[in-house]
Design a protein around this ligand. Structure first.
Ligand SMILES: Cc1ncc(COP(=O)(O)O)c(C=O)c1O
Length: 280
């Protein structure tokens, strides 16, 4: 195991010395939230937006934010290495109470953990990947970035078991998002993505893409996408902080258009890479 330095409850420790109690509510109940923030050459990408989402997630589970944004930046900065593209994983749980009880404990400090990992480009992602569609079996607060990810894990594993990279989740006949990504489709020349709400995680990458589309006159819409329209889309992409923009070239064993990444993806990927560079 790589013995890098991690942050736990006010201390910087080697990973193999960072320990939490078995009574921690993250371990017992999945009672916590997390964030994933990319860092390019030591610069945290859209830090304020990630921190805003963290604040929203904490409010969504009635857990106080233990730190100001300035304190978070001070905590995270020593974990970064400017020589690599990395991502910060940070997690806050409701802490370790003296006994297991569903009700929120009183006067217990939260458990705060953060570590940094390399972003390893996955070979072939830009050639496109395969996806399956599945009924969305998750809970009703998908806008909260909760550590309770069993639903997402089971969806992603089903995709992997079927030789695919992602599961696109369908609810009431509409595509919602991926197991660990947001979804975009190019339909009749318009870049479409489902609207924000309780059904999806409000992805930071999603917002960056919409902003880039609007600034570059790429027609776009935030509207519900019927599954039947998705199946006939010219392009489908999934987006996330660690994988950026990945074209889906096959859905449920059927090719999307000619089975190759499309021109709107090519254009958006270039805009996205240029946007990353411009922030350095
Ligand atoms: C369920 C889900 N939706 C969307 C996303 C994309 O969010 P972001 O672009 O902020 O990484 C993720 C990221 O992991 C996710 O887990």
């Amino acid at each position: 195991m790589e013995n890098k330095t991690v942050y736990l409850n006010g201390q910087y420790l080697p990973l193999n010395e960072a320990k939490v109690s078995v009574l921690d509510r993250g371990f017992l109940f999945g009672d916590g939230v997390y964030e994933v923030i990319p860092s390019y050459s030591g610069h945290l990408f859209h830090f304020q937006e990630h921190l805003q989402r963290l604040e929203n997630s904490l409010a969504g589970i009635s857990l106080a934010n233990p730190h100001t944004r300035e304190q978070w930046l001070d905590i995270l900065t020593p974990l970064l290495d400017a020589n690599f593209d990395q991502y910060i994983y940070l997690q806050i749980t409701r802490g370790a109470a003296s006994k297991r009880d569903h009700a929120f404990p009183e006067n217990i400090p939260p458990t705060v953990f953060a570590m940094c990992s390399a972003i390893v480009p996955i070979a072939g992602l830009s050639n496109g990947v395969k996806a399956i569609s599945m009924d969305d079996t998750r809970w009703k607060f998908c806008n909260v970035k909760a550590i309770t990810l069993l639903g997402n894990i089971l969806h992603r594993q089903e995709a992997i078991d079927q030789g695919c990279a992602e599961a696109l989740l369908i609810k009431d006949g509409y595509v919602i998002e991926g197991a660990a990504s947001n979804v975009f489709a190019v339909i009749d020349g318009v870049l479409c993505t489902p609207p924000k709400g309780h059904d999806i995680l409000p992805g930071i990458t999603r917002d960056v893409i919409l902003d880039l589309a609007r600034k570059n006159n790429i027609p776009c819409s935030e509207d519900k996408i019927p599954f039947a329209a998705l199946q006939k889309a010219n392009e489908i992409w999934v987006t996330s902080s660690t994988r950026e923009i990945i074209p889906i070239v096959e859905l449920d064993a059927m090719p999307i258009s000619d089975g190759k990444p499309g021109p709107v993806w090519q254009a958006m990927n270039q805009l996205f890479q240029a946007h990353k560079q411009a922030l350095l």
